[in-house]
Every structure is written in C-alpha cells, then in structure tokens.
Design a protein around this ligand. Structure first.
Ligand code: SF4
Ligand code: SF4
Length: 146
C-alpha cells in the first residue's frame, strides 16, 4: 500500500503540512476560516511536526501491517481495511477509552480537543496525493509504495 514517507533531512519545520491537513479536513476547505474559526470548534491537524534540535519531521499514522491500535480498540472503532490497507476510524463507535492512544508506539493518535474521541490520519480519502504531501514546499513528504 502507499504510505506517507518522511525525509527529515529536507524538512524545514515550517508546519505547512499541518495547516494543509487541517484545511483538508475542515468544513470550509478554506485555510483562513479553518485556522480562525473551525480550530476553535475542535479542528486539529492529524499530523504533528516534531522538532529535535535542527531536525524536524511530520509524524502521522503509519497504517501498520499489524496495527497495535486496532488490537487495543475495545469497541471496533478502528479496523484494518483489507483492500486499501488503511487503518480506518469510525468516530461513531469510539467510546473514548484511549486504549489505542496508549498502544500506538508512534504517538500517531491524538485526543480530540473537545469530544471524548480520537483523531488520526486517514490518508485523505478521495485525493490522489494526501494534502500534507501536496502542500510540502520542500518535498520532505512522499506518498509512495516501498
Ligand atoms: S495509529 Fe499507530 S499503531 Fe495504529 S496503525 Fe497508526 S501508527 Fe500503527
Ligand atoms: S495524509 Fe492526509 S490525513 Fe494524513 S497527515 Fe497527511 S494530510 Fe493529514
């Protein structure tokens, strides 16, 4: 399956990928409205740009072959889609127990800032290239099958 691969050597830590993720998952699909208005209603990016000294990288769900989050999920809210390989999240079924959040060794799952729910990367269904990858000005993100 295709995944988002990170090249920390050329990531400049600009956070544009976070803004693109947030805008891509917003109601308005407008950067300014998403950042100014929808963020206050709980919209957050599904990736996180982490910094360690001069090194930075965008971290998001790896859509693991044997996902620890799916095994840990007590409600069936997280499943591994056999066809696409994506780890799919159904918010309706999530009971906010945080088992997946503790099980993921990549720290790829976030708590929703308002609801007792999680937020994770969905690889932007409907797009040929995920929003974060398309927005990176330095090609530090690649969507590829390796
Ligand atoms: S949330 Fe974590 S454990 Fe689950 S598939 Fe993504 S990277 Fe793997
Ligand atoms: S692939 Fe899509 S959902 Fe995942 S981090 Fe990138 S923009 Fe966000």
């Amino acid at each position: 399956m295709k995944r988002v691969y990170v090249n920390p050597e050329v990531c400049i830590g600009c956070h544009i990928c976070e803004l693109a993720c947030m805008t891509g998952h917003s109601q308005s699909k407008d950067l300014i409205i998403a950042f100014r208005d929808e963020q206050a209603q709980g919209l957050i990016p599904r990736n996180t740009v982490d910094h360690a000294g001069w090194i930075s990288a965008s971290l998001s769900c790896r859509h693991c072959d044997e996902p620890a989050c799916v095994q840990a999920c007590i409600s069936g809210a997280l499943t591994k889609d056999k066809e696409s390989g994506r780890v799919v999240y159904d918010e309706e079924q999530c009971v906010g127990c945080w088992s997946c959040l503790m099980a993921c060794s990549f720290g790829a799952i976030k708590r929703h800032p308002i609801k007792e729910k999680i937020v994770k990367c969905d690889l932007c269904p409907g797009r040929d290239v995920p929003a974060c990858v398309a927005a990176c000005p330095n090609e530090a993100l690649e969507f590829a099958e390796k």
